[in-house]
Design a protein around this ligand. Structure first.
Ligand SMILES: [Zn+2]
Length: 402
């Protein structure tokens, strides 16, 4: 089965023209560039997004893979809003596993181990052992508790041999959207780790993206953006049962739990019965997103210095879609000190600290991810500067919903 002609989640055949195309966006948005020249020269990839008519999943059929290395940099843990999300996921996991003791967990795509570290603090002595796997793990800059260990590799047949005791939970957060074959990936856990175990999957929710008009969620790295029905279909196809798919982070993420039981088989469910409510809106969004935001940013530019708040994937892709020549936005703001002085890949907007931006008299900030709007509005208010906070996204369906 060709992954390009079929939905990666539900397997339905997908034909016809793409619903949104872009000739070249940076292949990696979470790699910091040390100079503007380097940022502008970032390797590009083609977006050819199609929306599955059966389950509503959106995927890039022109995706040809990206190489993740130790320079891949994602760390949202300095945000209180994000830490509250980690608390929520930890507590919902706790509920699902019925408060069992001495848990052993494997995190696939563990990054720097921040989720395992968070779980260790949240669950205390109930977490016996946490094992993470991530090829981009940088041991030198990680500080992990004694019962947590991260290996710099994928979870595969070889690395799985280092897991010597039974595993209660397998977690994979923000990984499946990076894969052309999420079903094969999810099914592989059942080969590498002996069931029974509980699976936790967290991934962006394409229903939220489309409902709030956030076209800049569709970065090159996110080649498979699942809908609720799509994620359910993928878990069924990968042989899991007792599947529960809900949302988290004000609807921005899907959070799924499922059970792997001995003898579970790969099968294809009927995703059509759960067709996503927003399916069919990508083409319309793609048609107007850049034009409408350019109009808004031209208007707010008249007030004075203007910035994008958020120098991760969403901020960088928003800049590329709306301000590719840097004529409307002066710089990007991020709270992470590790990003200050770097440049957004693709456009070369400089990344500065909130303090720098306030001192420079920033007058309007455009929040790249509206989920952080309340936190950013509070930071702006505390600065005592006169700053207007605007949110990227659909102004007819403002976010968060009241
Ligand atoms: Zn589908």
């Amino acid at each position: 089965m060709s992954s390009r002609a079929h939905c990666p989640c539900c397997g339905a055949a997908v034909a016809g023209p793409a619903h949104f195309e872009h000739p070249g966006v940076p292949r990696l948005l979470n790699v910091l560039a040390a100079s503007r020249e380097e940022a502008i020269a970032a390797p590009l990839g083609r977006l050819e997004l199609v929306e599955c008519a059966s389950c509503g999943t959106v995927f890039n059929r022109a995706f040809s893979g990206v190489a993740y290395g130790p320079d891949y940099f994602v760390d949202a843990t300095l945000s209180g809003r994000y830490r509250a999300q980690l608390d929520d996921v930890s507590d919902r996991l706790d509920e699902r596993i019925s408060h069992r003791r001495a848990l052993s967990i494997v995190d696939v795509g563990a990054g720097q181990g921040s989720f395992l570290k968070h779980l260790a603090a949240r669950l205390g002595s109930r977490l016996a052992c946490g094992r993470g796997f991530d090829p981009a793990f940088r041991p030198a800059s990680a500080s992990l508790p004694e019962n947590v260990e991260v290996t710099s590799s994928l979870l595969d047949a070889t690395s799985a041999r280092t897991i010597t005791s039974p595993v209660d939970i397998v977690a994979t957060r923000h990984v499946v959207e990076h894969l052309q074959d999420p079903v094969g990936f999810l099914a592989s856990f059942r080969r590498h780790i002996a069931p029974p175990f509980t699976l936790l999957v967290e991934t962006p929710n394409v229903g939220h993206t489309l409902a709030h008009g956030l076209l800049h969620d569709f970065c090159y790295e996110h080649c498979s953006m699942a809908s609720e029905a799509g994620l359910r279909a993928a878990l069924e196809a990968a042989g899991y049962d007792s599947i529960e798919v809900g949302t988290a982070f004000d609807g921005e993420y899907l959070l799924a739990f499922a059970n792997a039981t001995p003898g579970g088989e790969q099968k294809r469910g009927d995703a059509g019965a759960n067709r996503a409510a927003f399916a069919g809106s990508l083409a319309e969004l793609g048609d107007r997103f850049a034009r409408e935001h350019r109009q808004h940013l031209t208007r707010t530019r008249a007030r004075g210095t203007q910035a994008i708040w958020g120098a991760a994937g969403k901020g960088a892709l928003f800049a590329l879609l709306v301000d590719p020549d840097r004529d409307l936005v002066d710089f990007a703001i991020d709270i992470h000190p590790g990003k200050h002085g770097s440049y957004l890949p693709g456009t070369g907007h400089r990344v500065v600290s909130p303090d720098y931006a306030f001192a420079a008299g920033v007058r309007t900030v455009w929040v790249a991810n509206p989920t952080y709007a309340a936190e950013i509005t509070a930071l702006c208010a505390a600065s005592r500067s006169q700053v207007d906070v605007e949110c990227v996204g659909d102004r007819t369906r403002p976010f968060p919903p009241s």
